[in-house]
Design a protein around this ligand. Structure first.
Ligand code: FEO
Length: 396
């Protein structure tokens, strides 16, 4: 197992998880990596570890450049076990190493591992000298856990960003420019949409604390490392954190006997006729975590479900629960769906949209049984009206 030098004296010693396809419910079709970094300085330092089952891979990569027993400092930027799972094995090798973390990090690590390690708690802006280098710590609570932190190395202009700016990609390449910018950006968007989206205010706070820091490399703890396109990924984080949207729509739905599907298609026709690019997300065939990639930039979100047992169809209920948890703000919503003898499904969707604080500029569209030509014309007109609201040319 090889270590990869990403800056002089700084090595990637992580692990690649080629097989993972579900990351607590997020579909990871490209796998992922757990990126740990080894800094060779007077005090040999390890920043983050890997998921537990990959600790031997990390140790083998460390051994490629240094005896792991020489590690004196271990920075734990984040307690979640994809980054801390390798700590117990690492601390068996170096039981006296200093584990640098936040107050919440110490509590979280003790809660996970019941361990009495040599903790050193850091506050925002705290520094530690490890020789020629300084480690500067920026706790960023709720990006995306209470303990989350990033570590900055000014001498290397290096930001060790943990989950921030990450992507779930397993690859032989280590840098964004080696792998392909467009794919990495799409995966970074999916990652933000499914993990970071609820924490826009906290992301903005972190970006402003880092504003004075000169950075020419962002070494993430998942996926590819940014050594170019930094302005692109930071700009995207600013837009996503501000819930900035464009004149696009997503139609999210499921269907039982194709009635709600026909309505979804008619809505799309109306949206497209008004020039609003529209993405279809059928929850029966697409995973909600993939659909979320489109939700982060779209101003208009139409959600449709048939009524089943006096409730909205369960896949749509699950999708809505997921979306509500991720808290996309400043969206326009449109509820629609078919029903047999009670249209509670559509009403439930409209209510959920109101609870998320979305404006609903167009009245919900409900159709009994199977939509006829007149119903489809009504759905097309609702789609066109919704499109005008999405474009900002009509507010009601
Ligand atoms: Fe990559 Fe929040 O763990």
């Amino acid at each position: 197992m090889k270590a990869f030098e990403v800056k002089p004296g700084v090595y990637w010693v992580g692990a690649i998880d080629w097989d993972i396809r579900s990351f607590h419910g997020y579909k990871t079709q490209r796998g992922t990596s757990y990126n740990a970094y080894l800094i060779l300085d007077e005090k040999v330092t390890l920043v983050d570890t890997v998921k537990a089952g990959f600790a031997d891979e990390m140790l083998a990569r460390i051994r490629d450049v240094v005896d792991p027993a020489r590690i004196e400092v271990i920075v734990s930027n984040h307690v979640e076990m994809d980054h801390s799972g390798g700590l117990p094995k690492m601390l068996e090798v170096v039981p006296n190493a200093t584990v640098v973390t936040t107050r919440q990090g110490e509590t979280g690590l003790q809660g996970h591992f019941k361990a009495d390690w040599n903790f050193s708690r850091v506050e925002s802006g705290a520094e530690m000298t490890i020789g020629k280098r300084t480690l500067r710590f920026f706790p960023c609570p709720m990006v995306h856990w209470p303990d989350s932190m990033v570590t900055y190395v000014p001498e290397d202009k290096l930001l060790l960003s943990n989950d921030g700016f990450g992507q779930h990609i397993a690859s032989a390449e280590r840098f964004v420019d080696e792998f392909g910018f467009e794919i990495v950006m799409e995966e970074a968007a999916k990652y933000y949409a499914n993990i970071v989206l609820p924490f826009g205010t906290q992301v903005q706070k972190l970006l402003s604390s880092l504003a004075g820091a000169e950075v020419d490399m962002i070494a993430t703890s998942h996926g590819l490392i940014w050594r170019d396109h930094l302005a692109d990924i930071i700009g995207a984080y600013k837009r996503w954190a501000a819930n900035e949207t464009v004149s696009k729509a997503v139609i999210i739905y499921d269907t039982m006997w194709h009635s709600t599907e026909k309505m979804a298609c008619a809505l799309r026709e109306g949206l497209e006729a008004e020039g609003v690019p529209t993405t279809m997300g059928n929850l029966g065939t697409s995973h909600i975590s993939d659909i979320m990639t489109h939700v982060i930039g779209a101003r208009g979100i139409a959600i449709g479900a048939p009524t089943l047992n006096a409730r909205m169809f369960p896949t749509v209920a699950a999708g809505l629960t997921y979306i509500a948890g991720l808290r996309p703000l400043n969206r326009l919503g449109l509820a629609f769906g078919s029903y047999g003898w009670g249209k509670q499904g559509v009403n439930d969707i409209a209510e959920a949209m109101k609870q998320m604080g979305w404006a609903t500029p167009v009245e919900e569209v409900a159709v009994q049984w199977v939509p006829g030509e007149d119903d489809l014309a009504r759905a097309r007109e609702a789609g066109a009206k919704f499109a005008r609201a999405v474009k900002g040319t009509q507010t009601a």
